[in-house]
Ligand binder design. Structure first.
Ligand code: DP6
Length: 325
């Protein structure tokens, strides 16, 4: 009753931003991401008959706060499914995220936890079922089951059975690069969970965002199939800007951007003016990820590293899906 799994994080090119069911984590739109090889989590789950409660160690430290509650509530889903109420586990997770990067991601965390838990309980779930389980830990995590380019199909059903990830193109389809740009930034004070709920509930721009998504998604998939870098980058950047625009229309309004975020955005726009195709995307925080092609790496990294407020630039290639160790 012990298993270890590894999962990589992912960056959305078409963002998930809003839930239609908060408990089951069902989204208001389909999203699409690329899995990154640079950031991953390894998790061991060990169920033992003699334990009286779950325990959770993260990077060697025992966790007892809300992150523990989230893990133990999540394990409960599997216990219920497996008919193993009262069977507790020791969970050991290691986040392979470069130190101080501020990129700790729930995506790789919940994907690795789901895979290890399912295996430890010998549940024999296929990737679709595993992705459904992963979604209930953190929405974006369901896309990290697969490598390469991955769509999270929003689904229509109330029970969430048709809301899961599907592979769009494998890891070896296209050799893209994503630079994670680490900034001297404060901790974000609005989590993605709180931010998306406030946006859905109050933003005057939310309907416009939703209306624009089917076209973005279908053009993005055409761009990926054709390996049309400027099309993919252009749609990703515009989709990210639209998502962030919705936060400005919320009540109270908020933004994840800081001055350093905008400096990196300007650097990317300047690279394009200089003839180098590079595009940015930003999640629910100040850090920026930059998409570029391998042949432009030296120039892109040089400009990013020279930008005010940048402390580190970490390069990822397209990553693989979950694996068992
Ligand atoms: C901006 O998956 O972290 O990164 O489902 O509430 O756990 P919960 O949210 P989460 O939100 C990610 C939002 C995003 C866009 C994306 O990854 O698609």
């Amino acid at each position: 009753m012990r298993a270890t799994a590894k999962a990589h994080t992912n960056i959305a090119l078409i963002k998930y931003w809003g839930k239609r069911n908060e408990e089951l984590i069902l989204p208001t739109n389909s999203s699409l991401s690329v899995t990154l090889d640079g950031f991953y989590t390894e998790t061991t789950v060990h169920f033992k008959e003699e334990l009286e409660r779950d325990s959770f160690m993260l990077n060697g430290t025992e966790i007892t706060d809300v992150a523990y509650d989230r893990v133990t509530n999540y394990l409960q889903l599997f216990r219920t499914y497996a008919g193993r109420e009262g069977l507790f586990a020791e969970v050991h997770s290691t986040n392979k995220v470069p130190t101080a990067a501020g990129f700790a991601s729930s995506a790789s965390g919940f994907a690795a936890l789901a895979a290890a838990t399912a295996n430890a309980l010998q549940l024999d779930l296929d990737y679709t079922a595993l992705s459904r389980f992963t979604r209930q830990g953190s929405g974006s995590a369901c896309r990290s089951i697969y490598g390469g380019f991955v769509q999270w199909e929003m689904g229509q059903l109330d029970d969430g059975s048709d809301s899961y990830a599907i592979p769009v193109a494998p890891q070896n389809h296209w050799d893209l690069r994503v630079a994670a740009v680490v900034l001297t930034a404060k901790e974000k004070d609005v989590s993605s969970r709180v931010g998306m709920k406030r946006t859905v509930d109050t933003s005057v721009f939310y309907d416009g965002w939703l209306e624009s998504l089917p076209k973005d998604l279908s053009e993005m998939k055409d761009g990926i199939a054709a390996k049309d870098f400027e099309k993919v980058g252009g749609i990703a950047e515009a989709n990210c800007l639209k998502m962030h625009a919705t936060t400005l229309g919320a009540i109270p309004p908020f933004t994840y951007w800081q001055d350093t975020t905008m400096s990196v955005m300007e650097t990317v726009q300047q690279l394009r003016k200089d003839g180098i195709p590079a595009y940015f995307t930003i999640d629910a925080g100040p850090n920026v990820k930059v998409l570029y092609q391998p042949e432009d790496e030296a120039k892109v990294l040089q400009q990013l590293e020279a930008t005010n407020g940048v402390t580190e630039v970490i390069v990822s290639k397209v990553g693989e899906g979950i694996s068992y160790l």
